[in-house]
Design a protein around this ligand. Structure first.
Ligand code: ADP
Ligand code: DP6
Ligand code: CO
Length: 359
């Protein structure tokens, strides 16, 4: 390393992903190993995403991180595990112009500054932890010249937040729970890329951007400890659903896709209710959106829209095509008109890109 002061920086942008077969429950809290496989769809990186800049310099005296402009502590085990795993795989980095060479071993002595921004509500049930940790791991891997494929990086991101492992890939992604105790086979794999089913249009109705009362981490811990339905779901229900969902995605079978997506979301929220004390992530507006979609699908005779809700009240609506998406948006704006005194907002994501932001 040269003695003069220098800074190396990398910026990355990573999309969020929304599960259509949910992850809810860990068998290992430290390594973040799930009790079942899950499947998600990754949104377009230009829209609901995290942007993270990581910088290294001999001028930095300790690792520091800012999230949405506010300094946060990096002392938690999730951040520490990701930093350790990436540092241990760091390669050589050289900038001939600056006359700087960082050798593999130097990374242990150098400190990092990390600045991350989510362009959507944080900790509100829109998978900020997924985009956030995937982006952190990806940007650090680039900065430190880590030579690992996305599947290996997914196993590192998983140790930041389980759902993050699925954001390392676009399109439809499966997180395989794996069976090894060290978690090395608990990785994400791409089922189909973003072009495979590009008729689909995703609309996200932000019912509330408030931070949720129960984080996903503590919610699923309480469910594992108290819900019998969770045990039944993980062992008996999800394994079959995963196979059916893979088939539906492969065949672009919207009717099966909708049936599986909606049923799985509802069962996940039933597990939350079966938890003691019960956890309520959806609210009245969420329930009204479900009723609207259910009625519409029944009146059409064939499903037009799938709904799914993560650990929060916000609706993720997947329309079978652009025409249906426009009708759906009109319906949402009619039944749930955005008011200045609420933070209801609708985002439309189409052809893997946002058509319009309403509200
Ligand atoms: P969500 O439904 O948004 O994923 P979670 O409860 O799972 O909510 O996780 C929220 C937590 O994820 C935040 O409190 C923060 O610790 C972490 N997180 C969110 N965004 C980022 C980010 N961009 N970089 C690093 N960590 C993040
Ligand atoms: C409902 O990945 O946020 O969004 O692993 O504890 O960080 P931790 O939890 P997190 O849980 C996500 C739960 C979910 C479903 C899903 O994304 O599969
Ligand atoms: Co999360």
């Amino acid at each position: 390393m040269a003695t003069e002061k220098w800074v190396f920086m990398v910026t990355a942008q990573t999309p969020t992903n929304i599960a259509v077969i949910k992850y809810w429950g860990k068998r290992d809290e430290v390594r973040i190993l799930p009790v079942n496989d899950s499947i998600s769809v990754t949104l377009d990186p230009d829209h609901l995403c995290t942007v993270t800049t990581v910088a290294v310099s001999p001028a930095f005296d300790r690792d520091r991180m800012w999230l949405n402009g506010k300094e946060i502590s990096l002392s938690g085990s999730r951040y520490q595990n990701c930093l350790r795993e990436i540092r241990s795989r760091a390669g050589d980095v050289e900038d001939k112009e600056k006359g700087v060479k960082i050798g593999k071993k130097d990374w242990d002595k150098l400190h990092l500054h990390i600045a991350s921004h989510n362009n959507f509500p944080t900790a509100a049930g829109l998978a900020s932890s997924a985009a956030g940790f995937a982006c952190l791991v990806f940007s650090l891997a680039k900065l430190m010249n880590v030579d690992e494929d996305p599947s290996h990086l997914s196993a590192i991101a998983r140790q930041g937040s389980g759902s993050a492992c699925r954001s390392l890939f676009g399109g439809f992604v499966k997180w395989e729970m794996g069976s090894k105790d060290d978690g090395s086979d608990s990785v994400a794999v791409q089922l189909a890329d973003e072009k495979h089913w590009d008729d689909l249009v995703i609309i996200i109705a932000v019912v509330s951007s408030q931070q949720k009362e129960t984080s996903s981490t503590s919610g699923m811990r309480e469910s594992v400890e108290t819900s019998l339905l969770l045990q039944h779901r993980a062992k008996e229900v999800v394994p079959k659903r995963i196979l059916q969902m893979e088939e539906a995605i492969k065949n672009r079978d919207f009717a099966s896709f909708t049936q599986l997506t909606c049923t799985d979301s509802n069962q996940f929220h039933a597990v939350c209710l079966d938890t003691s004390p019960p956890i309520f992530y959806m609210n009245d507006t969420s329930h009204r959106i479900i009723s609207l979609v259910e009625k519409w699908n029944r009146s059409e005779g064939t499903p037009q829209v799938a709904y799914t809700f993560d650990a929060g009240p916000n609706a993720v609506l997947i329309a079978r095509n652009r025409k249906v998406a426009v009708q759906l948006l009109q319906g949402l704006l009619y039944y749930f008109p955005p008011k200045p005194d609420t933070d209801m907002k609708s985002y439309v994501v189409g052809d893997n890109s946002i058509l319009k932001e309403a509200g």
